[in-house]
Design a protein around this ligand. Structure first.
Ligand code: HEC
Length: 132
């Protein structure tokens, strides 16, 4: 018989893992968010980071490198339609890692377009700052 204490410990580990999973999967109720920034904060920031250059491997817990959306050299070559497709269907639709989740169920197409527009701002903002 496991002791109550070890059962309690297991339960707290299980609920911790659940919290991590929830942080990484599309948030339920995201369908009601209506600005690119809100959608990004709720559904993308945990991996892609507040500034768009990606969270550290340590923070996300996986080793697939995250793209740097502030790098205009890379970001401005990617058509928005391709990015919407990646957001809709997940990384594998464009031969990226499945770590990039599919949001086709969680977000409406208009929301994906809004959030991709928001992601584009990371490069524009950086350029704006560099110029000033
Ligand atoms: C669980 C972590 C995670 C979440 C949440 C996440 N992404 Fe990603 N995303 C990734 C990873 C990892 C990659 C890189 C995959 C690769 O390079 O194989 C990626 C790649 C992408 C790309 C492709 C960039 C390129 O190289 O062309 C886009 C666009 C993107 N994500 C947008 C988003 C948006 C928008 C959201 C929120 C709606 C989001 N991601 C949420 C992990 C995540």
């Amino acid at each position: 018989m496991p002791s109550i204490r070890s059962v309690q410990r297991l339960l707290s580990i299980a609920s911790f893992c659940l919290g991590v999973l929830q942080a990484q999967s599309p948030v339920s109720g995201a369908g009601s968010l209506d600005s690119g920034e809100e959608i990004y904060r709720e559904t993308c920031l945990a991996c892609h980071g507040a500034g768009g250059s990606g969270m550290s491997q340590h923070a996300v817990g996986f080793s697939t490198p995250l793209p740097d959306f502030t790098d205009c050299n890379f970001a401005s070559r990617e058509p928005s339609g391709d990015w919407v497709a990646v957001v809709h269907d997940g990384g594998p639709v464009r031969a990226f890692s499945a770590v990039m989740p599919a949001f086709g169920e969680a977000l409406r197409v208009e929301q994906m377009e809004l959030v991709v527009e928001y992601v584009r701002e990371f490069c524009r903002t950086r350029r704006g700052r560099a110029a000033s």
